[in-house]
Design a protein around this ligand. Structure first.
Ligand SMILES: Cc1cc2nc3c(=O)[nH]c(=O)nc-3n(C[C@H](O)[C@H](O)[C@H](O)COP(=O)(O)OP(=O)(O)OC[C@H]3O[C@@H](n4cnc5c(N)ncnc54)[C@H](O)[C@@H]3O)c2cc1C
Length: 383
């Protein structure tokens, strides 16, 4: 389908597509097998200015919005959502600074992230605080001119690879959800370290580690926004970022459909290509319906979010939930269309199926997204 992209938007797609075809697809199997971090490929994305896409021009970026970054991320997702995740997590780290940071913080960090000179990460989750983020135990207190952080974040994408970490900590427990504050922690800050890389079912090209704060001291001005506004910034950040996860889902589903359809054309059984069997055609047709409807929804949601930054939650949750459920189903069906070959590591279908699962879990599980949509509907229909 033609989505009538502008010249600039088509250019973003073309650049991301070229990197995906020439660099990601040929290297994804090895990075998956070795849990290797795609440093070189990310470097090439930086050279192609992809890191600057959603960062305003005054901070060295391209000045695009949610829709522009969705276009880039979708292409990367078609190749490997592990590499796509390593890329997209930079914005999860940058958005708190962009949305709530002081001018000084923006000037200091955003140009470095936009150029890809520094990688960023976002630290919210802890061992006992996943969906219920209000349960975080990491604390921060002011000691003279420094904040002192203590606690451990868990499963943080780009952990150990990033230089800039946007982190949430409780600064006043008595205030509950209003007692959390966000900070920028830098690689090398005293008292800050990362745990070993987690071993994962999928998205193995992305690094996932703990962030460990032991009397970690950072300057007073590294606070992001007002003290106590941490969870508001967290929620806005995730609302803005989730269409990117949805776009990874659209890309992965497109990649799985492409592979399954071309396999079905060349695989012969009973004297004909298996695509000649209506049962196979119908599976492919349902996959195509899923991909195209998810893409249309994600594009519309991203445009809505770009135009209405104060009304992001429902559109963001709807597109994340739908597109990632489609990705899981299409990836599973691609394996089915390919039969036993789909199950073998020789083809990327099994990796896509393993990878797809995370999309329904991180940045808020799809159950929790349905809660968000339900709560928004409850508000809308209360009057
Ligand atoms: C590979 C990976 C990368 C990640 N990257 C990051 C990152 O960069 N930064 C970061 O901060 N976090 C990150 N996370 C954490 C991720 O966002 C959480 O795993 C996710 O929010 C879910 O939390 P949980 O795993 O603790 O699940 P839990 O909250 O323990 O949920 C368990 C189950 O209960 C369900 N459930 C929980 N509460 C409800 C409810 N109220 N209603 C209905 N169902 C509910 C969930 O849907 C799920 O099925 C990452 C996780 C992974 C696995």
């Amino acid at each position: 389908m033609d989505y009538f992209l502008s010249e600039e938007q088509q250019m973003i797609v073309d650049i991301a597509k070229q990197i995906t075809d020439e660099r990601i697809i040929p290297n994804r199997a090895e990075l998956d097998e070795t849990h290797g971090f795609p440093r070189e490929i990310l470097g090439e994305m930086a050279q192609a200015d992809l890191f600057g896409v959603p960062i305003p021009e005054e901070y060295g970026g391209f000045g695009g919005g949610c829709f522009d970054i969705v276009l880039a991320v979708e292409q990367l997702g078609r190749g490997c959502i592990g590499i796509g995740t390593a890329f997209a997590a930079n914005f999860l780290g940058a958005y708190p600074i962009l949305l709530s940071g002081s001018e000084e913080l923006k000037q200091k960090y955003l140009p470095e992230i936009a150029s890809g000179r520094k990688f960023a990460a976002f630290g919210l989750t802890e061992a006992n605080a996943g969906s219920d983020a209000s349960g975080i135990q990491t604390t921060a207190y002011l000691d003279g001119d420094e904040w002192v952080l203590n606690g451990t974040k868990q499963w943080i994408t780009n952990g150990g690879e990033a230089q800039v970490y946007s982190v949430v900590a409780m600064t006043d427990r008595s205030r509950g959800a209003r007692g959390a504050t966000m900070f920028v922690v830098e690689e090398g800050d005293p008292g800050f370290s990362c745990g070993p890389k987690e071993r994962k079912m999928g998205i193995r090209a992305s690094s996932t580690t703990e962030l460990i704060f032991k009397d970690c001291r950072i300057p007073k001005d590294r606070v992001i926004g007002r003290q106590g506004s941490g969870f508001i910034t967290v929620m806005k950040t995730l609302d803005l970022s989730r269409p990117g996860i949805a776009a990874l889902g659209v890309g992965l589903a497109q990649g799985a459909l492409d592979m399954a359809a071309s396999y079905a054309k060349q695989r012969k059984q009973f004297g004909k290509p298996v695509i000649a069997f209506q049962a196979v055609q119908h599976m492919l047709a349902d996959m195509a319906i899923g991909v195209e409807s998810a893409r249309s929804l994600v594009y519309s949601a991203a445009k809505h979010i770009q135009a209405h930054p104060r009304d992001m939650s429902k559109a963001s949750a709807i597109c994340k939930t739908y597109a990632t459920d489609v990705a899981m189903k299409v990836a599973t069906d691609a394996v089915q269309v390919m039969g036993g070959y789909g199950y073998m590591c020789e083809y990327p279908a099994e990796k896509m199926m393993r990878d797809a699962k995370i999309l329904q879990i991180y940045e808020g599980t799809n159950q929790v997204q349905r809660n968000v949509i339900g709560q928004e509907l409850n508000k809308e229909y209360s009057s």
